[in-house]
Design a protein. Sequence first.
Length: 364
Amino acid sequence: MPFFDRPVEKPEELFDREKEFESLKRAVDRYAMTIVVGFRRVGKTSLIKAATIDMPRIYVDVRKFEVLQYITYDMFLDELRKSLSNFLSFDKRIAEYLNVVKGLKVFGIEVELSQGRSRPLFTSILESLDRWARDRGVKLVFIIDEAQELIKLKGYSIIQAIAYAYDNLRNITFLFAGSKIGLLYRFLKIHDPSSPLYGRYIERIELKPLTREKAIEFLRKGFEEHRIKVDEVFLETAVQKLGGIIGWLSYLGLKTLNRGETNLRIIDEVVEEASKIVINEFCNFINAMGSKRYIEIVRAVSSEGATWSQIKRYLELRLGVKIYDSELSRLLKNLIDNGYIEKTNELYTIPDPILKYSSKSIKC
Ligand SMILES: Nc1ncnc2c1ncn2[C@@H]1O[C@H](COP(=O)(O)OP(=O)(O)OP(=O)(O)O)[C@@H](O)[C@H]1O
Ligand SMILES: [Mg+2]
């Protein structure tokens, strides 16, 4: 199994994940809506792409909205426009169906959308895709990667459109991926009685980091394939420092291949580079949330983990002000919803080994 620097696209390139692969295929066949959740770089996009490779699919990636405080319907439409243009190459006849949508025109292999008042409705686009799928006798998978970012969409109820499709468009199945699990649920609002999606069944597939044994096997097989010799100490140290996060393990694999030798120093270099990336992402979150108190909480939780009262004491000591319980609850909830910390029993911990490692040195 070689190492890849991008999401894997083909089933035969996936290491492990047989169970999740089968579950996902079954889910898109059977249910109207499926979510794939898991930490950053755990392999969500790879699993989704590989499992839907033989299906007609629209793939919209909204990760780029992560750094923004809010997004408009036009911004979402523009991403959708690009995905629809890609989809046209699947079957030229799709154009006939899309051209029926008010505010949408297909020119050759490009989709163009009107702006302002005459821009198309998401619902109408979904209806036309559903009709195409019905006439072809196929199921269309509509994928939104990092879907939780759409929670920032202002001025258009995308959930309303999705709920309408859930109930009425039988030839479309939705597949949402998200690394900020709590936010994804907040976006879908399935537990909120006032939400259009309330009470709908959503199949959930969770991707976990590889176990220690599997992570070692992933590295060993990758190196074997490239005829690079590795010793057990290298493998053990790599997995101890990078955890079972397949994205970081692949990164180490590629870097080692590039050097042509295994050396424990490369692992530390990867940890340092990964830390920079993780801190940068965390700082984007801090900027979007507008409070540096989150940094102090992550420091308080740090490598050992901490309880509610330990975090509170640490914060009050560091900031020199009283922290109200309601505020601490809100801050902790946002950190959990964004996947930065976890709560098990009474202990808050940082699940990402890289963020854990760099928690003391975060500066935003
Ligand atoms: N099952 C797998 N087998 C081999 N390589 C994998 C597998 N899953 C992921 N990878 C590799 O790990 C890296 C991260 O994968 P991917 O982008 O799919 O993860 P992700 O969970 O979508 O990450 P992100 O949270 O950044 O979107 C990629 O380089 C990819 O090639
Ligand atoms: Mg991804």
